[in-house]
Design a protein around this ligand. Structure first.
Ligand code: FES
Length: 151
Protein backbone atom coordinates (compact mmCIF):
# COMPACT_ATOMS: atom_id res chain seq x y z
CA UNK A 1 0.00 0.00 0.00
CA UNK A 2 3.06 2.24 -0.22
CA UNK A 3 3.50 5.07 2.19
CA UNK A 4 -0.16 5.29 3.10
CA UNK A 5 -1.17 3.27 6.15
CA UNK A 6 -4.85 3.87 5.65
CA UNK A 7 -6.52 2.80 2.43
CA UNK A 8 -8.92 5.20 0.82
CA UNK A 9 -10.46 2.28 -1.02
CA UNK A 10 -10.01 3.73 -4.50
CA UNK A 11 -11.71 4.06 -6.91
CA UNK A 12 -9.47 1.64 -8.80
CA UNK A 13 -9.74 1.17 -12.53
CA UNK A 14 -10.53 -2.51 -13.13
CA UNK A 15 -11.16 -2.65 -16.88
CA UNK A 16 -13.17 -1.57 -19.87
CA UNK A 17 -16.88 -2.16 -19.55
CA UNK A 18 -17.02 -4.25 -22.75
CA UNK A 19 -14.17 -6.49 -21.64
CA UNK A 20 -15.66 -7.09 -18.23
CA UNK A 21 -19.05 -7.87 -19.74
CA UNK A 22 -17.48 -10.38 -22.13
CA UNK A 23 -15.53 -12.01 -19.30
CA UNK A 24 -18.62 -12.09 -16.96
CA UNK A 25 -16.28 -12.89 -14.02
CA UNK A 26 -13.01 -11.04 -13.50
CA UNK A 27 -10.44 -11.44 -10.79
CA UNK A 28 -8.47 -8.42 -9.61
CA UNK A 29 -6.10 -7.72 -6.74
CA UNK A 30 -6.64 -4.21 -5.34
CA UNK A 31 -4.47 -2.96 -2.48
CA UNK A 32 -3.55 -6.56 -1.71
CA UNK A 33 -7.19 -7.66 -1.62
CA UNK A 34 -8.46 -10.33 -4.02
CA UNK A 35 -11.73 -9.25 -5.57
CA UNK A 36 -14.20 -10.90 -7.89
CA UNK A 37 -16.08 -8.66 -10.32
CA UNK A 38 -19.27 -10.21 -11.64
CA UNK A 39 -21.45 -9.02 -14.49
CA UNK A 40 -24.91 -10.54 -14.29
CA UNK A 41 -28.25 -9.40 -15.74
CA UNK A 42 -26.78 -6.03 -16.79
CA UNK A 43 -25.35 -5.21 -13.37
CA UNK A 44 -21.78 -5.25 -12.06
CA UNK A 45 -21.02 -6.55 -8.57
CA UNK A 46 -17.73 -6.76 -6.70
CA UNK A 47 -17.05 -8.91 -3.67
CA UNK A 48 -14.22 -10.63 -1.87
CA UNK A 49 -13.07 -13.48 -4.03
CA UNK A 50 -12.84 -16.21 -1.35
CA UNK A 51 -15.91 -17.57 0.40
CA UNK A 52 -16.27 -16.58 4.05
CA UNK A 53 -16.88 -20.19 5.09
CA UNK A 54 -13.62 -21.88 4.16
CA UNK A 55 -12.07 -19.84 1.37
CA UNK A 56 -13.78 -21.47 -1.62
CA UNK A 57 -13.23 -19.74 -4.95
CA UNK A 58 -16.42 -17.87 -5.73
CA UNK A 59 -15.17 -17.20 -9.25
CA UNK A 60 -16.43 -20.67 -10.17
CA UNK A 61 -19.80 -20.39 -8.44
CA UNK A 62 -23.19 -20.51 -10.14
CA UNK A 63 -25.60 -17.61 -9.73
CA UNK A 64 -29.21 -18.18 -8.69
CA UNK A 65 -32.05 -16.06 -7.46
CA UNK A 66 -32.94 -17.04 -3.90
CA UNK A 67 -35.68 -15.34 -1.94
CA UNK A 68 -35.67 -12.51 -4.51
CA UNK A 69 -31.91 -11.99 -4.11
CA UNK A 70 -29.28 -12.85 -6.67
CA UNK A 71 -26.78 -15.13 -4.97
CA UNK A 72 -23.51 -16.73 -5.89
CA UNK A 73 -23.28 -20.34 -4.80
CA UNK A 74 -19.88 -21.30 -3.47
CA UNK A 75 -18.70 -24.36 -5.37
CA UNK A 76 -17.02 -25.84 -2.30
CA UNK A 77 -19.91 -26.46 0.13
CA UNK A 78 -22.77 -24.65 -1.67
CA UNK A 79 -23.16 -21.73 0.73
CA UNK A 80 -25.32 -18.97 -0.75
CA UNK A 81 -24.09 -15.38 -0.72
CA UNK A 82 -26.11 -12.44 -1.99
CA UNK A 83 -24.21 -10.52 -4.64
CA UNK A 84 -25.46 -7.08 -3.67
CA UNK A 85 -25.07 -7.27 0.12
CA UNK A 86 -22.75 -10.19 0.87
CA UNK A 87 -25.43 -11.77 3.04
CA UNK A 88 -25.18 -15.44 3.91
CA UNK A 89 -28.51 -17.15 3.27
CA UNK A 90 -29.62 -20.56 4.51
CA UNK A 91 -32.78 -22.59 4.45
CA UNK A 92 -34.32 -23.58 7.74
CA UNK A 93 -37.54 -24.24 9.56
CA UNK A 94 -39.05 -22.53 12.56
CA UNK A 95 -40.12 -25.33 14.95
CA UNK A 96 -42.58 -23.00 16.70
CA UNK A 97 -44.59 -22.72 13.51
CA UNK A 98 -47.05 -25.45 12.64
CA UNK A 99 -46.69 -26.68 10.02
CA UNK A 100 -43.02 -25.73 9.97
CA UNK A 101 -42.37 -25.02 6.32
CA UNK A 102 -38.73 -24.49 5.31
CA UNK A 103 -37.87 -20.94 4.31
CA UNK A 104 -34.79 -18.82 3.68
CA UNK A 105 -33.09 -16.99 6.53
CA UNK A 106 -30.26 -14.49 6.57
CA UNK A 107 -27.10 -14.89 8.65
CA UNK A 108 -26.30 -11.22 8.06
CA UNK A 109 -23.40 -9.86 6.04
CA UNK A 110 -20.62 -12.43 5.82
CA UNK A 111 -18.87 -11.52 2.58
CA UNK A 112 -17.37 -8.08 2.04
CA UNK A 113 -18.83 -6.37 -1.01
CA UNK A 114 -17.36 -3.39 -2.82
CA UNK A 115 -18.81 -0.56 -4.86
CA UNK A 116 -18.67 -0.59 -8.65
CA UNK A 117 -18.98 2.58 -10.73
CA UNK A 118 -18.72 3.28 -14.46
CA UNK A 119 -17.47 6.35 -16.30
CA UNK A 120 -17.20 6.62 -20.08
CA UNK A 121 -17.01 2.88 -20.64
CA UNK A 122 -14.48 2.33 -17.85
CA UNK A 123 -15.27 0.44 -14.69
CA UNK A 124 -13.95 1.27 -11.23
CA UNK A 125 -14.14 -0.46 -7.87
CA UNK A 126 -14.02 1.35 -4.57
CA UNK A 127 -13.11 -1.04 -1.78
CA UNK A 128 -15.45 -1.30 1.18
CA UNK A 129 -14.40 1.02 3.99
CA UNK A 130 -16.59 -0.72 6.53
CA UNK A 131 -14.28 -0.85 9.55
CA UNK A 132 -15.84 -3.78 11.42
CA UNK A 133 -14.86 -7.40 10.97
CA UNK A 134 -16.56 -9.25 8.12
CA UNK A 135 -15.89 -12.98 7.97
CA UNK A 136 -14.50 -13.02 4.43
CA UNK A 137 -11.66 -10.78 5.71
CA UNK A 138 -10.09 -13.90 7.16
CA UNK A 139 -9.12 -15.16 3.70
CA UNK A 140 -7.50 -11.91 2.62
CA UNK A 141 -4.03 -12.53 3.99
CA UNK A 142 -2.32 -11.63 7.21
CA UNK A 143 -4.09 -8.32 7.68
CA UNK A 144 -7.47 -10.01 7.84
CA UNK A 145 -6.22 -12.62 10.27
CA UNK A 146 -4.77 -10.03 12.63
CA UNK A 147 -8.01 -8.08 12.63
CA UNK A 148 -9.96 -11.21 13.50
CA UNK A 149 -7.85 -11.82 16.60
CA UNK A 150 -8.89 -8.43 17.97
CA UNK A 151 -12.57 -9.29 17.87
FE1 FES B 1 -17.66 -21.78 0.47
FE2 FES B 1 -17.52 -23.76 2.22
S1 FES B 1 -15.90 -22.68 1.36
S2 FES B 1 -19.24 -23.00 1.19
Amino acid sequence: MGEKEQSTGGPHFVGKRDELIAAKRSFRTLEGRDILIVYHQRVFYALDSYCYHAGGKLQNGDIEEIDSKLCIICPKHKYKISLAEGEGLYKGTDPTQKPSVPRWYSKGVKQRVHMVTETDGEVYVRLSTHTGWIESDYFQGEKGKVEREKV
